[in-house]
Design a protein around this ligand. Structure first.
Ligand code: ATP
Ligand code: BTN
Length: 264
């Protein structure tokens, strides 16, 4: 998406200001800076290429010109939403999943708890939500979404902690990045109307991968094995250990992997 990308393609959506760039270090970093100027809600930053895209713990996110969809959306969560701030990443993952379902009706699209979108079991999208704070008061929220669309968006296998896919693997030719962007934004704005209701949670939960399967939950070097039995009403992960003990892992810093997958 070049800087001159026609913004009118998003005209039917209730967005704030929309900015397209041919290259940015990271759309999230720019959106967090933009937040200090208090842009209107649903202001959007899109980059054709990111040179320092990142996920959690500053792990690198690979994004290639012409092939990756990289964008960040600005929101001002209500007090009720602020009580479940961590669930915004689930909202984003569900919006992406429903968008992909509309393009790939016969392909298995799932969510690796809490927010990685998998296509045929491989990661094709990552979500990173970041907020700004003034003391205890929330300044705003940035939802950053990266989707692998064309083949060049898929990183080299040795660079990965989990196998990756792109939309072109499942659909050739893949949908245009701007179509994917439109569908995700539309879903996200619509889903926010039922966020964070039980209806929203059930739509997210029914798409979770590895349910009732043996998994490993990693928190840094600490690894816990068990069966992924579901999620609590607030989205926390429930794990049943061999001894029958039920553990609860909050949305946040832990990672889920299928057991014995050989993945880090
Ligand atoms: P985890 O996989 O441990 O649950 P995560 O999915 O939240 O964590 P981050 O901790 O945000 O991921 O780190 C990003 C990870 O995504 C990198 O470690 C890298 O392995 C992987 N990655 C980077 N670029 C891509 C891409 N374009 N497609 C798929 N995976 C990628
Ligand atoms: C993950 O790996 O799970 C998170 C990756 C998030 C990548 C997106 S791309 C748009 C935005 N800008 C960034 O630097 N990160 C997010």
């Amino acid at each position: 998406m070049q800087q001159e990308e026609p913004a009118h393609l998003l005209d039917d959506l209730p967005l704030g200001e929309v900015r397209f760039f041919s290259e940015l270090p990271s759309t999230n970093t720019s959106a967090l800076e933009w937040l200090s100027q208090k842009p209107v809600e649903y202001s959007l930053l899109v980059a054709d290429r990111q040179t320092a895209g990142h996920g959690r713990f500053h792990r690198a996110w690979h994004a290639a010109a012409g092939a990756s969809l990289s964008f960040s959306l600005i929101l001002y969560p209500s007090p009720i939403e602020q009580d479940v701030l961590a669930l915004f990443s689930a909202l984003a993952a569900l919006a992406v999943t429903q968008a992909l379902e509309s393009f790939h009706p016969s392909t298995a699209v799932q969510i690796k708890w809490p927010n990685d979108v998998l296509l045929d079991g491989k990661k094709c999208c990552g979500v990173l939500c970041e907020a700004t704070w003034q003391a205890d008061s929330l300044g705003g929220l940035v939802i950053g979404i990266g989707v692998n669309v064309g083949r060049r968006s898929r990183p080299l296998v040795q660079d990965l902690l989990f196998p990756a896919a792109c939309l072109q693997d499942a659909l050739d030719p893949p949908p245009q990045r701007r179509e994917v962007l439109h569908a995700i934004l539309q879903n996200l704005i619509e889903l926010r109307e039922i966020f964070p209701s039980p209806l929203f949670l059930s739509q997210w939960q029914e798409r979770l991968a590895f349910l009732n399967q043996a998994v490993t939950i990693s928190n840094g070097d600490q690894k816990t094995e068990g069966v992924f039995t579901g999620t609590a009403a607030n989205g926390d992960l429930l794990l049943r250990q061999k001894n029958g003990r039920q553990l609860v892992f909050p949305l946040g810093d832990v990672s889920l992997r299928p057991l014995d997958s050989g993945m880090k």
